[in-house]
Every structure is written in structure tokens, then in C-alpha cells.
Design a binder for this molecule. Structure first.
Ligand SMILES: [Ca+2]
Ligand SMILES: [Ca+2]
Ligand SMILES: [Ca+2]
Length: 472
């Protein structure tokens, strides 16, 4: 048949075009790494989003489910839910690999991966370590009678996490543990509500983190001794007496630390503060964008940050000029963006992924077009749970969870090797699936909608490639 001979030609073409598979980047902790960069060079879907897999974990009677972003290490994606369950799944097909338990409660501390272990800080004030490959319990420590609700930071065989808001205003501690569960130090901050989402960055020999009431703290990694502290309300030429409170982490880029604060829907700031040899410098800016609990991401002279809360009528993704804090563009969405953006940087531009803080919210992907942003795609998951957390990215796939208790893996239709683009290499995989040589990924590979992956789907993938090229 004509179609068969075409497919034969196609196979030869594909074999000629087949290139090596790129290595997947990791997303080992909140905002990817211990600087909270939030950026990967892995290409993500730039069009035609498709559900690659989804999995249910748990929900609570209060309507909560998954409130911390997934993390990704090697072949596995890890999700921590309201039941205190840590679940590891194959990142490509969603197969459950292992599951282990901590304690039930609203879990908003993002776990961290390091040296073959997953570190978890629970709402009950306990820390845990699990074997990342098998889920085996390695250790558990009751650290505090307060709660944990900020991301765990892992760096060089040590973990860092601060006490949350439970117990009210008092002396609260940021802890450093080694990977075997021994406390190395704790640093006290007096008269603070604590560290809700106030995750740390490791910058050279220092740990830097924000304080709820509007401060920044820098301590020596080695022993937790104070190096410097700053009150953003008064200590700088660009201080703001009405900064409100900080409920975001610190990110670091090229000599500056960044965070956000919020006082009301309209009053809230993005902060850029000079940071040199562990000390805060009066160099940078504060920019009023309105309410934000989002941790800024910095790339190519621009600062990307979410704006607004779930109680606000609308929110947006804001892009500022990194040199002066001036607004470049805002992309408005139906509710606030409490989560932190996850960026994919490729040859074809900067893509920004974030979720809207609302029941029935969506995962958005914007393309930065210079003076404005355009919607690359949007994915509205089938459950209508509230979405608090942002996304994690690895190897052409985007992951996020909801209070409906589901974790979702989003890819691109036809992109069977998950490199973010549709090429002849994907058509070859479709042919292998059609021949039964590899398991069929129907959700991604079925272009015709007949529920199977056949040689016709391979042909349609090639047609999509040709159409894409002719548009360029
Ligand atoms: Ca981090
Ligand atoms: Ca591909
Ligand atoms: Ca088909």
C-alpha cells in the first residue's frame, strides 16, 4: 500500500535524523536547587499540552490534598500530601514505585533530595529521611513542638529548615541537620511569628533566609552564627515602612538576594538587596506590585514573580526590569498567583509556568515576547481542587498537584521522547509502539483519537513536523 511504503521511507528518514537523547535536568527541591533559581534548560511543551499521566494520593475532610510542589530526582517524581504520605512514581509513566508515611496534617514544606535520600519536614515538627530509591525509613527526629511549613533546603550533605507559625510570636529557630539526622546547630530569632514558606538559599558560605516580620538573616553555614541581619522596613535607602510580612523564600542571583512581601491586595513589594560576603548591602530596589507570596526568578535582565492571592478578584504573572525594578509586563489571570514561577529556557525563548490559587485553577505556560507575554498554553486539570503550589519541570514534562489530591504530569502531544518538541525521532518511537516493540503511550502518541498508537499516528507526527517547519 501507498501508506506502507511511505512509512518505510519515513523509517529510513527517521533513522537518519535520530539524534542522541539529552540528559534530564533535576528538580531536587523547592525552586529546583539551593539558590532557588527556578530555572531549567530542559525544554518543556511549548504547545499542544496533553496529560501524560495522573495519580491520586490523598485528600482531607478540610479539602486539602497536595500543597507542596513535586520534586524530581533521577527517574522518580516525589509528592508529599496532606496524609503525610510521601509517594515516589516513575516520572515518565506514573507507575507507583514506593510509598511511605509521616504524620497526618496540612503539609506545606517542600521535601528535598540529596545524596540518595529524600528529606521531609512535617507539620508535626518532625524531620525524616527516606531512601530515595526504595522508600526505606532511614531516620526520624522530633525536632520541635512547633510546625514545619517552609521548604527544606539541601546543600552538601546538610539540610536546613525553619519553624512555622504555630505557637505564635516567640523565639523561633532555623535548624541545620546533617544527612544522618544529627542536629549541627540552630539559630534563634526572637519575637517572630516564624517561617511560613520562608525558605533559605545557600550562598557561598552563608545561609540566608527571610523572617515573617520583614527581615533578612545571614548566618555562617558552618555553625549558624549570625553574620548579618537586615530590617527591610528601615535599613535601606529603598526600605518600605509598609512592607507587611514575608511569606516567600529567598532566591539569589549574581550578587543579590530577592524576595517578596505583602500587606494587602494593593500593597506588596518585590525586593532586590545586595549581598556580598554574607553581608547585606544598600544596593538594589523595592518595587510595589501588590500582594505576593511568590519567590522571584531572575533570568536575562528580568525578574519574574507571581502576584495576588486566592481572595483577590484577579492576579497576574509580573515581569520586572532587573536593573531598576520597573514593570515590563503583567499577564492577568482570574485569581492570584501565590506560587513561584518555574522557567524553561530554550533556543526558542523563555517559557514561564505557574498555577492560579483557586478551586478549579489551571497550570499556565507563558512565552516572554519582550514587551508582553503571550499564552503558550493552559491546562485545566479534571479535578476542581484548589491549587496552592507551583510546578516542577524535568525533561520536557511539567508536574504539579492539587488539593483534589491528584498529581499531574503534562507533556506535548506527539512528543514521545519528552524533549519538548515534535520531531522525526518521535515518529520512530510511534512506529516502535505500533509494532509492539515498546509499550504504547496512548495519551501522548495517539494523534488520530482511535485509542491506539499505529503507523498512521507516526505519519501524522511527521506531518506535524513538516507543518511546523513550513510555518517557520
Ligand atoms: Ca530550594
Ligand atoms: Ca520529541
Ligand atoms: Ca491512533
Amino acid at each position: 500500500m501507498h501508506r506502507v511504503s511511505m512509512v518505510c521511507i519515513v523509517v529510513l528518514l527517521v533513522l537518519a535524523c535520530l539524534s542522541g537523547v539529552s540528559a534530564a535536568d533535576s528538580w531536587h527541591q523547592f525552586q529546583k536547587d539551593s539558590l532557588n533559581t527556578g530555572i531549567t534548560s530542559d525544554a518543556t511543551p511549548t504547545a499542544d499540552p496533553v496529560l501524560v499521566w495522573s495519580a491520586f494520593t490523598h485528600t482531607s475532610e478540610c479539602g486539602t490534598g497536595i500543597d507542596a510542589p513535586p520534586i524530581i530526582a533521577g527517574d522518580l517524581v516525589y509528592v508529599y500530601d496532606v496524609n503525610g504520605t510521601l509517594q515516589a512514581s516513575d516520572r515518565i509513566n506514573g507507575t507507583l514505585i514506593w510509598r511511605n508515611e509521616t504524620s497526618v496534617g496540612f503539609q506545606s514544606s517542600t521535601p528535598a533530595y540529596g545524596n540518595g535520600k529524600i528529606f521531609v519536614a512535617s507539620s508535626a515538627g518532625d524531620m525524616y529521611a527516606f531512601n530515595a530509591a526504595t522508600g526505606e525509613d532511614l531516620w526520624k527526629k522530633h525536632v520541635t513542638d512547633r510546625n514545619f511549613e517552609c521548604p527544606v533546603t539541601y546543600h552538601d550533605h546538610k539540610i536546613y529548615v525553619g519553624e512555622g507559625l504555630s505557637g505564635g510570636v516567640r523565639t523561633k529557630y532555623y535548624y541545620c541537620y546533617d544527612e544522618n539526622g544529627n542536629e549541627l546547630w540552630k539559630h534563634a530569632t526572637d519575637d517572630t511569628a516564624g517561617f511560613l514558606w520562608c525558605g533559605a538559599s545557600v550562598v557561598e558560605n552563608y545561609l540566608v533566609y527571610p523572617v515573617h516580620e520583614g527581615g533578612l538573616i545571614s548566618v555562617y553555614l558552618e555553625n549558624g552564627t549570625l553574620r548579618d541581619e537586615l530590617d527591610l522596613k528601615s535599613g535601606l535607602s529603598f526600605s518600605r515602612s509598609d512592607l507587611g510580612r514575608i511569606r516567600a523564600s529567598v532566591s539569589y542571583y549574581d550578587g543579590y538576594v530577592y524576595t517578596t512581601s505583602e500587606k494587602s491586595q494593593t500593597i506588596g513589594y518585590v525586593w532586590k538587596v545586595g549581598f556580598e560576603d554574607g553581608r547585606f548591602i544598600d544596593d538594589g530596589w523595592s518595587s510595589c506590585i501588590g500582594f505576593s507570596t511568590s519567590t522571584p526568578v531572575i533570568h536575562d535582565g528580568r525578574v519574574y514573580v507571581g502576584q495576588g492571592g486566592h481572595e483577590h478578584p484577579a492576579g497576574n504573572l509580573t515581569c520586572l526590569n532587573d536593573s531598576n525594578g520597573e514593570l515590563i509586563w503583567q499577564y492577568t489571570v482570574p485569581k492570584g498567583v501565590k506560587s513561584s514561577p518555574a522557567l524553561s529556557i530554550g533556543d526558542d525563548g523563555t517559557y514561564i509556568h505557574f498555577t492560579t490559587a483557586m478551586s478549579g485553577g489551571s497550570l499556565y505556560c507563558l512565552r516572554d515576547c519582550g514587551d508582553s507575554a503571550e499564552l503558550a498554553w493552559k491546562y485545566n486539570p479534571p479535578d476542581d481542587g484548589y491549587i496552592l503550589q507551583g510546578a516542577a519541570i524535568s525533561d520536557g514534562l511539567v508536574y504539579f498537584g492539587t488539593d483534589g489530591g491528584y498529581v499531574y504530569c503534562i507533556g506535548r502531544r506527539g512528543d514521545l521522547n519528552h524533549d519538548g518538541s515534535v520531531t522525526p525521532a518521535d515518529a520512530l518511537i510511534a512506529l516502535q509502539m505500533a509494532a509492539g516493540a515498546v509499550p504504547a503511550a496512548v495519551l501522548v502518541g495517539d494523534m488520530t483519537g482511535d485509542g491506539r498508537v499505529t503507523s498512521l499516528d507516526a505519519l501524522m507526527i511527521l506531518q506535524a513536523v513538516a507543518a511546523g517547519r513550513s510555518r517557520i
